[in-house]
Ligand binder design. Structure first.
Ligand code: PMP
Length: 386
């Protein structure tokens, strides 16, 4: 029997075999011509996938948290006001990062499964001079999707920079960065970008780069400083060798392969597929009586779903049975409801049969605990709604 399990958590995700093969290629020098080409290509491809033709991409070894850290540490100066729009666990993380850099932080916290209203955001942004506002595009702890465009529209009125944590969204949720005027869109490699974990990825607007250039104080972050990384990005893009910290050559080659796959498919098509699969998946889950953590369809993420266990279901046993069936799902993350729900990632290079397999695993585990429903109904609903 095959013992490979289908990885359907909200990151890391299933990786395309061609991306994995690229990871396994011979490790070259970071100044070898073939690697310089891969790095330069990756930078150019990021602009296309982020839909930010004038943005400055950064590719740095680290996780998504480093991308969050780099975005704000390069833009903020001590004492600046920063607003966090929080829809769960990762809003809390941004608060902690901002506090580390001496920002004056205000948090607008949504109730679990909800977003913060635009009225509240406007009221806060108009109340004092905010340097930046952070938004979590999809909060992985709640599966709530925020509309970054509406927030960016308000932020522009008050000359506040927008930083979008797209770790669980970029390349899966619609985000035309330049058209929407978002100043930083950041992510990690292991989610909808479709690469194993290990890369912090950011695209920074021209406006935000100017804010960084004009800062009066030193960036309080040595490894993540644009001062160190901008010349490296510029050099690789011009196909010149350069060095600051050794780049993870295999990961960057894998990034080039994955970004090429997304670009060949077309980012618009990729995003649309996420929407179609996610909608059909939600219908399927609801058909068998399960409830989503997001309170409304319009604010449910298309890259992942957070789903309450039905009453009487033992969550640990449920996930154990699912794993034995051959699928890996994630448990809860939000501290207030941690034991009450589970999470399913449905992003990146997945296909219909991956979702059908996931639904069948969920049904199998529910049936094992004598949950009352018609076997096969979620799968039928998924197929009907495609
Ligand atoms: N933001 C969001 C929305 C995330 O989902 C995650 C990771 N789950 C992070 C930030 C942090 O990323 P990493 O774990 O790669 O540091």
């Amino acid at each position: 029997m095959k013992n490979r399990k289908l990885l359907m958590i909200p990151g890391p995700i299933e990786v395309d075999p061609s991306v994995l093969r690229a990871m396994g290629e011979v490790t070259t020098s970071h100044v070898a011509p073939n690697f310089i080409e891969s790095f330069g290509n990756s930078i150019e491809l990021m602009r296309k996938i982020w839909l930010a033709p004038n943005g400055q991409p950064f590719i740095v070894a680290g996780s998504g948290t480093l991308a969050m850290d780099m975005a704000v540490s390069n833009l903020l100066e001590p004492g600046d006001n920063a607003l966090v729009i929080s829809t769960g666990y990762f809003g809390e993380r941004y608060k902690n990062i901002l506090a580390t850099y001496g920002a004056n932080v205000t948090v607008l916290q949504a109730e679990i499964g909800e977003i913060v209203s635009l009225d509240k955001i406007e009221e806060e942004l108009s109340s004092k001079n905010y340097k930046l506002v952070t938004i979590t595009h999809v909060d992985t702890s709640t599966g709530v999707l925020t509309d970054p465009k509406s927030v960016a529209d308000i932020a522009k009125k008050y000359n506040t920079l927008t930083v979008l944590d797209g770790v669980c969204a970029t390349a899966g949720e619609n985000t035309p960065q330049e058209a929407w005027g978002i100043d930083v869109v950041l992510t990690g490699s292991q989610k909808a970008i479709g690469v194993p974990p290990g890369l912090a990825l950011l695209v920074v607007s021209e406006k935000a780069m100017t804010v960084w250039k004009n800062r009066k104080t030193l960036v309080q972050n040595y490894y993540g400083s644009f001062t160190n990384w901008l010349p490296i990005m510029e050099a690789y893009e011009e196909r010149r060798p350069s060095y600051f910290g050794t780049p993870p050559v295999n990961l960057i080659r894998a990034l080039e392969v994955s970004l090429n796959l997304i670009n060949t498919e077309g980012i618009e098509h990729r995003v649309e597929s996420h929407l179609i699969y996610a909608k059909a998946f939600r219908k399927a889950i609801q058909k068998i009586g399960l409830q989503l953590v997001p309170k409304r369809e319009e604010i449910a993420a298309n890259t992942m779903s957070a789903i309450f266990y039905p009453e009487g279901i033992d969550g640990n046993q449920f996930r154990k049975d699912i794993s034995e069936y051959g699928v890996i799902l994630a448990g809860g993350l939000h501290s207030e409801i941690k034991t009450q729900y589970f999470r399913v990632g449905h992003m990146g290079a997945i296909n219909k049969s991956d979702i059908v397999a996931t639904l069948s695993a969920i049904e199998f585990a529910l049936a094992k605990q004598n949950y009352s429903f018609t076997l096969g109904e979620s799968i039928g609903t998924f197929l009907e709604n495609l």
